[in-house]
Design a binder for this molecule. Structure first.
Ligand SMILES: [Zn+2]
Length: 628
């Protein structure tokens, strides 16, 4: 066991043990070519090997989508996990003991543990009350009406919170401090100053986290007029509802096996589904689907095949649309995905990733829970197999209205709804096929739809005009950024590191203009005295930037560019720095002169301002010619 004295040291020790080629080979087939390895980039829809891996520099870089970094960065990105989480796991794997202050503090740890224990005890208590309490009959009647058997009650630890003020509190106070019970959301302070149970006269649905610990509760009303219908635990030290999915603990093996997940709306949908053999079903806990939920699920389903099975009423359709937006937006920012037809994802462009969203909506307007109870889990699974793609589901919903669209105006209104859906389809062949189909179903001219679609895309999406303008504005500064990067890369070359102080003295103030590059330079300055060689410098820079994708990419560019300076003597390096500075200065002067020229064009001749600008411009030009 190696003991790390600081978190940074632990990261550094881990990085020493992580081989870039071994690490990436676990996910990507690499082929050696020259000094580097090449493979298909897992972070974009890649068909040719555009990702290079350099064992000597310890970095990877995709020349197509720009992804890049070191081995640890690759792991975090491809596993889509938190930096600290990955470090903790690797530390354990390599036998590195993390410093105390980094592992959760003892006090916090014991508090968490006590809270988890209290929740487990509470779940057991409620479960027992369901079977024994005098007033649990109405709970049993309700559960029977939903065909929840004794077996299901036990496998989900369903329970009953009696209609007393303090039955749970009286039981748990023997073992736990009031503070713990309050923090776990089990008790509340009463008006009189004592403690009362938070859940009373309700059916209890215990919620487990990914590891199977009980962390929270959903509580359903049983009496007519009892509000709210569902009372849920608030967030706590052990529970975050935007990161918790009901049923995930029991569903995760099935999700992996099926490589797909079914997202439902409520606790009872999932309970019924899982207990009838629809084992890969989960639901959010009294909240809309969040990006965190989607990220969690994408860890279990490699191909990101997600079925939405919400209620079939209008609210359910709205939830389906919103949920699918969250899924698409979240998945578009992640890597590591098996590719499906890109048209399944909205706005999919070269560097966004595909996923497959389908909508399970059983016929006869039944909710999943009701459908499974009447038709069985097998029938539901059959429906899942033939579930339409999100786009087909949405189109069908619109096309259903066509019977009421008789006049040209009504038809046009319907077409514009169709266009709202079709504009997201990137693949033009698929898009045209849909147009053909819709034209014939709606008895509308196909070309008219295509024209409307094109117009919609130009107005909102293609955005060709503003894009070109934006590019031409940034073009000159693109060059400046390249020159600044070039200059910075000298400093992280081997010789640059050794002559750091000397080379640094050559730099005029403010020569680095770009805000992100200033951060990089300042971080190099900060780290330079703490490292022994350039490799260590680069390693620590990656650690500093680990949670910032953009900085990591830029650093990778710099490391890549630094290669050009690796063989130079200190005199040659100095010369390189001077040259870069000279070029940059010329860039800046030219830029400024251009700005002055533009300004000059805008002012009137008889204006005093004009004279001033004219003189400034003359000075600038003089300065430039004098420079040579
Ligand atoms: Zn890539």
């Amino acid at each position: 066991m190696v003991v790390a004295s600081s978190f940074e040291e632990a990261v550094s020790l881990i990085k020493d043990r992580l081989d870039i080629v071994d690490t990436i080979s676990q996910y990507v087939v690499l082929k050696k070519s020259g000094a580097n390895y090449w493979g298909i980039c897992p972070f974009h829809n890649d068909k040719h090997p555009s990702m290079s891996v350099s064992p000597s520099k310890g970095i990877y870089k995709c020349f197509s989508c720009g992804a890049g970094g070191d081995a640890l960065n690759f792991l975090i990105k491809i596993q889509n996990r938190e930096f600290k989480e990955v470090v903790m796991e690797l530390a354990e794997k390599y036998g590195i003991e993390l410093p105390k202050k980094f592992t959760p503090s003892d006090e916090n740890k014991t508090q968490r543990e006590s809270m988890l224990k209290a929740c487990k005890k509470a779940a057991q208590f409620y479960n027992l009350q369901l079977k024994t309490a005098k007033d649990s009959n109405k709970a049993m009647t309700y559960l029977k009406s939903r065909e929840i058997t004794a077996e299901i009650i036990d496998s989900f630890s369903l329970g009953w919170a009696p209609n007393h003020y303090d039955s749970l509190y009286n039981e748990l106070k023997k073992e736990f401090k009031d503070e713990i019970l309050e923090k776990a959301g089990l008790i509340l302070k009463s008006n009189k100053g004592g403690w009362i149970d938070r859940f009373r006269n309700r059916i209890i649905i215990p919620i487990q986290n990914e590891n199977g610990d009980y962390t929270a509760f959903g509580a359903r009303a049983v009496d007519e007029g009892q509000n709210p219908k569902y009372l849920n635990s608030s967030d706590s030290l052990i529970y975050n509802k935007s990161k918790t999915l009901f049923g995930l603990y029991t569903a995760k093996d099935a999700i992996k096996e099926n490589d797909s997940v079914i997202i439902m709306e409520g606790y009872f949908d999932v309970i019924t589904a899982q207990s009838h053999g629809v084992r890969n079903a989960v639901a959010s806990c009294g909240t809309a689907l969040t990006p965190e939920h989607v990220k969690m699920l994408s860890r279990y389903t490699k191909s990101r095949k997600i079925y939405l099975s919400f209620d079939t009423d209008t609210a359910g359709i709205t939830a389906t649309k919103r949920g699918s937006e969250v899924i698409k937006e979240t998945l578009a920012t992640l890597g590591d995905v098996k590719q499906f037809d890109e048209s399944h994802i909205s706005g999919a462009s070269d560097n966004k990733y595909a996923c497959e969203i389908r909508v399970v909506s059983p016929p006869q307007g039944k909710d999943p829970d009701e459908f499974i109870r009447t038709m069985g889990g097998e029938a539901f699974n059959e429906h899942v197999k033939s579930a339409p793609l999100l786009i087909d589901f949405l189109l069908n919903n619109v096309l259903r209205e066509r019977i009421n669209a008789k006049t040209p105006q009504e038809k046009a209104a319907l077409v514009s709804k169709v266009i709202e859906i079709l504009k997201d389809v990137n693949n033009k062949v698929i898009q045209t096929e849909y147009v053909k189909m819709i034209a014939s179903v709606m008895e509308v001219n196909e070309n008219a739809i295509l024209r409307e679609l094109k117009q919609r895309e130009n107005t909102y999406f293609g955005g060709h005009l503003p894009q070109i303008q934006k590019n031409s504005v940034t073009n000159s500064s693109q060059f400046e950024i390249k020159a600044q990067k070039n200059l910075l890369s000298v400093f992280i070359s081997d010789g640059g590191y050794r002559n750091y102080a000397n080379l640094n003295m050559l730099l005029p103030e403010n020569i680095i203009h770009d805000e992100t590059l200033i951060i990089v330079k300042n971080t190099i300055d900060k780290l330079i005295s703490t490292v022994n060689n350039v490799r260590e410098l680069i390693k620590n820079l990656y650690t500093e930037f680990i949670e910032d994708d953009n900085l990591t990419k830029i650093l990778t560019d710099l490391v890549d560019m630094s290669e050009a300076f690796s063989e130079l003597s200190s005199e040659e390096l100095e010369q390189a720095v001077r040259e870069n500075i000279y070029r940059l200065n010329r860039c800046y002067t030219e830029h400024e002169a251009e700005q002055l020229r533009q300004h000059y064009r805008q002012v009137n001749d008889d204006d005093m301002e004009a004279l001033k600008v004219q003189m400034q411009l003359r000075d600038r030009i003089k300065l430039r010619t004098g420079d040579k």
